[in-house]
Design a protein around this ligand. Sequence first.
Ligand SMILES: O=C(O)CCC(=O)C(=O)O
Length: 476
Amino acid sequence: MMIWLWDVNRKILRCRDVLDTIERRVSVPALAPSSPLLKACPVKGDCQKDVPEACNISAVNTARAILSPMAESIPAAEINAAAGILLSPSATGAVSSSIAAAGNHSAVSLLSPHAGALFCYYILKLFRAEDTVIHMDKLISSKQNIQHVPESYILPPERRPGKVVIPSSKCIPVIDLHGNTNRQELVQRIMKACQEFGFFELTGHGVPEDLMHDVLKVANEFFQLPSEDKVNFYSDNTWKKCRLHSSIDYDQEKVHFWRDNLRLPCHPLEDLVEEWPNNPARFREVIGNYAIRVRELSLLLLDLIREGLGLASGYFEGDLSETHLMNFNYYPPCPDPSLTLGLPKHSDPNLITILNQGAISGLQVLKDEQWLALVPTPNAFVVNIGHTLQVISNGMLRSGDHRVVTNAYAARATIASFIHPSIDCQIQPANELIIKRCSIPLYKPFPYIEFMRNYIKDTRDGDPVLKRYELSQAQA
Ligand SMILES: O=C(O)CCC(=O)C(=O)O
């Protein structure tokens, strides 16, 4: 269920903000579960099926009713007085009959503006309570004691991982960043891995072991918090940068995937850290330190790749590497991993991804039509190339297809750190590269924002994302 609230200027508001504004101004008495007002409330009385619509209609009107009197700065004493009236049985009777007579959303206008404001406040509180239940139910980590994979998570047979035994080996190149004294050689090794696999493991990267462990510990702790402590971050809006959600595009997809995800924007850190969770208490400090280290590392790797491509110094700086997002993935144990996936086959949309996957395996990389299961190297990062770098390199580097399988025994937490272009960038094969190599462009230019829109839909539906941007020989 999505509740949209507008203020009188048609600015979209969040239910949480409206409640916070009111709570900051006045101390509103708690509504007892036995309160007659609860019985009068138009939301609770409706059957489950009708709830979303009832909420939508009344939410829009109640928010307007709340905010106009609030904007007129009603003294706190008057609101509290209204509370007394509204909570009395006679006022409740008036509310009930006005609801019955005029329909849910008109009830407010039949009360005094002050009482109306308070009435709306309680309704919003109830919406929020319902938000908590409905949203948090979507998180796979909220489901207790799952004995069977629910129908909505079972993939069609051709998309299932099945029971096939997949070779587990050190199957992607391992590159030691600081063990390679010769920069030229390091660049060549990275380029080879990005051409052949689109993936490599990175050791000797300089991020302290303790920090690598700590971030995963804090991420695990976050997912284990009770629902009430996480609900404020929940959002189904795929464009929201700071959000908790489940699967990929829960409300739009045909089949769900077995992962919960907290996504955080990370750059510039000082402007964004306030939006992050502050529970667990160490969250912002630990994740903030990590975000800085991992961004520096990503930019260093991009610079080595730039050198390998023969592009001008600073090519990836500025808008092209402006956005830094972190994905905290959480894959609870699954009763039958052969039926579902943590994440389906996909390549990342961005330039470069650095994954901290801890000690539990689950990531698989597609190479020559075969899925290779990665056995994590202790304290190594997994690095992979995204679609954007494939396009800029005009296909010289490949974005590696990968997927995540679940397991029946242990929850797996991972942290993927993505460097993206800013949403206003135009993406295309680098001109200098085309000229230098006398090649023809393999992709047409596209706005990153449009690409991201297609990316979300195509990944959810299992369709090839770059296809629509490919140029045939004749078009190039
Ligand atoms: O969790 C993993 O192993 C991979 C995560 C991933 O592919 C992603 O976040 O896009």
